[in-house]
Write a protein that binds this ligand. Structure first.
Ligand code: TTP
Length: 560
């Protein structure tokens, strides 16, 4: 059986909410339904004010703030994300329409995304009714709908039933003029190709779930249905809003090959850029035709296999059951005159970010009985396009301790950077463990006892083992000397000497904090309210993290 056929037994969906923040505002104020609407980012420099989520003044007639979400009704008049509110209003006015503006709620001097997160959870709860659900960001998720598809197919004696709202469904490669999706479903038995029946049954299940989200919560969604995550994600945005696209295997080359390499889910960043430069290629089809030996010479054996499969639309990555975000984070941008140039200024905002994190972690712990083990500080600074990140153990989920530990990381970072100016800062907590078990293995092993609640925060201690750790005395000495907090400073020898479970935790923690194959921290997205980080939008990760060679890369590369 070919790999193509092997993956044909799976049906994976990627579901993306349409104009999500705008849709949440409509959900809260139904009079906004069917109207052109823009959600305005909070920017303390502009004409914007601080409002709680229920403050009626969030709905405004004029604003110079930039838009972070735009309803599809407003898009018809040319309104786009990042336009200023007033400029967008003018565009609509020219067409005789009035653009409604709603500003994101605020707290701690920054955007407060709580209400969007709450609605996101409700939607994910509906979407996960039939299958495993992997939350990919605040407004998108993957479903492995294979079992439900097989069940439906068996119940229909092998003849997939057409989905609800068939006119809103597309089949890649199936031309509308030839009857589109309806004609695809109505084909005679002998015309169905490998895996297509299962795909069709899965597509009908996804259409049902999307209809449930719409009827119960009022949100429209768009979806891609394919045999794997990469293809599902690739097509979920092809037809928006409120539509879905199915990708039969036969349609894959025509769909995939003309695309630029960077459109593939895991090749959109620096790695993809470097790859296309090194190989002198531009499209996925060109990547697919690179001989394996040449790929191996360029990127190594494991990555070559993975890339060659990816270019042919083969991706065996599983959908993991995960409805909770993998990290809880918040961030803020400091543009122009608000750039941070003093440690006092940095500290003030770390305390605010720390307060938000403390509140959200407490709520998360109460709801989900888990607590994070890793704190990652993300910094953007003037003169550098990419962000940097620095991590340490999250000793205690309180604002004082988080802010003090993050400040110590900043101090270390500024030490050899005279004239530094910070343009964005984020705090991310990750590596969650079950709350009742207390401290993680990393924390127990590497940290001294933390003080009592409310005790003055001390800077992150050098990584020291607790005196009580039996049998680890010699290693303890080496660790305290050789294992500082920053990833780039990790001593490979000291890491290798750690117990395997701790090594694994550290590796996963730093990979998670790095958010991708090449180093560079979680950038605070310019132009976003609290940024993508705040929205829980995880940076794209490459599935090959566990591939042979990943550890070597992990140990040898340096942060830019
Ligand atoms: P997207 O899914 O990128 O966009 P969208 O849902 O608004 O619209 P579409 O139908 O085209 O998918 O982002 C989801 C939400 O994340 C969006 O509603 C607002 C928020 N967001 C930011 O806060 N900052 C940003 O820079 C972006 C891109 C999104």
């Amino acid at each position: 059986m070919s790999l193509e056929e092997a993956q044909a037994g799976r049906v994976i969906a990627h579901i993306d909410l349409d104009a999500f923040y705008a849709a949440v505002e409509v959900h809260r104020a139904p009079k906004l339904r069917n109207q052109p609407l823009g959600v305005v980012q909070y920017n303390p420099l502009g004409d914007l004010q601080s409002f709680g989520p229920d403050d009626p003044h969030r709905h405004m007639n004029s604003s110079n703030g930039s838009l972070i979400a735009v309803s599809y009704e407003a898009r018809k008049y040319g309104v786009k994300r990042n336009m200023r509110g007033n400029e967008a209003r003018q565009l609509c006015a020219q067409a005789g329409m009035e653009l409604q503006l709603v500003q994101v709620p605020t707290s701690h001097g920054k955007a407060d995304l709580t209400l969007y997160r709450q609605m996101s959870k409700q939607v994910m709860d509906v979407l996960s009714r039939l299958s495993i659900c992997e939350r990919a960001s605040i407004d998108e998720c993957y479903l492995d709908i294979s079992a439900e598809a097989a069940r439906r197919l068996a119940a229909a004696s092998g003849h997939p039933q057409p989905p609800v709202n068939a006119d809103r469904i597309h089949v890649a490669g199936q031309v509308q003029a030839e009857g589109g999706a309806s004609a695809w479903w109505a084909r005679p038995t002998e015309a169905w190709g490998c895996g297509e029946r299962l795909l069709a049954a899965g597509a009908a299940a996804v259409a049902d779930l999307r209809a449930a989200v719409h009827s119960e919560l009022g949100f429209t969604t768009s979806a891609g249905i394919a045999h794997n995550k990469i293809l599902a994600k690739l097509v979920s945005g092809l037809h928006k809003p409120a539509q879905q696209t199915v990708v039969p295997l036969a349609a894959v080359p025509a769909l995939l090959f003309p695309l630029p390499v960077g459109r593939l889910r895991q090749l959109g960043g620096k790695f993809g850029d470097q790859l296309t430069r090194d190989l002198g290629i531009a499209t996925v089809g060109e990547l697919a035709s690179v001989p394996l030996a040449r790929l191996e010479a360029a990127v190594g054996e494991a990555d070559a296999q993975w890339l060659s499969q990816l270019a042919r639309g083969i991706d065996l990555e599983e959908v993991k059951e995960r409805r909770l975000p993998q990290s809880i984070s918040c961030g803020k941008t400091f543009r122009g005159p608000t750039q941070l140039r003093t440690l006092a200024g940095v500290n003030k905002w770390l305390v605010e970010l720390g307060k938000e994190l403390e509140e959200r972690l407490a709520a998360d712990r109460a709801a989900n009985e888990r607590t994070p083990q890793l704190l990652t500080l993300g910094l953007n600074h003037s003169g550098a396009a990419a962000g940097v990140s620095r991590s340490c153990a999250l000793r205690k989920p309180t604002a004082a301790v988080i802010a003090a530990d993050a400040l110590a990381l900043v101090k270390r970072w500024v030490a050899d950077r005279p004239g530094w100016a910070i343009t964005g800062m984020s705090l991310a907590s990750s590596n969650f463990t079950a709350a009742p078990t207390g401290a993680s293995t990393i924390t127990r092993f590497l940290q001294p006892r933390v003080g009592t609640r409310g005790a003055p925060a001390s800077p992150p201690p050098p990584m020291q083992p607790p005196g009580a750790a039996p049998g680890r005395g010699a290693l303890a000495g080496r660790l305290s000397a050789a294992l500082p907090y920053n990833e780039q400073d990790l001593d490979p020898e000291a890491l290798a000497a750690l117990p395997p479970d701790i090594q694994r935790e550290l590796r996963l923690a730093f990979m998670a904090s790095r958010g991708g194959p090449l180093r560079g921290g979680p950038a605070v997205t310019a132009g976003s309210a609290g940024g993508r980080l705040g929205a829980g939008r995880a940076p794209a990760k490459r599935a090959r993290a566990a591939a042979p060679g990943a550890m070597e890369r992990f140990l040898t590369r340096r942060t830019g």
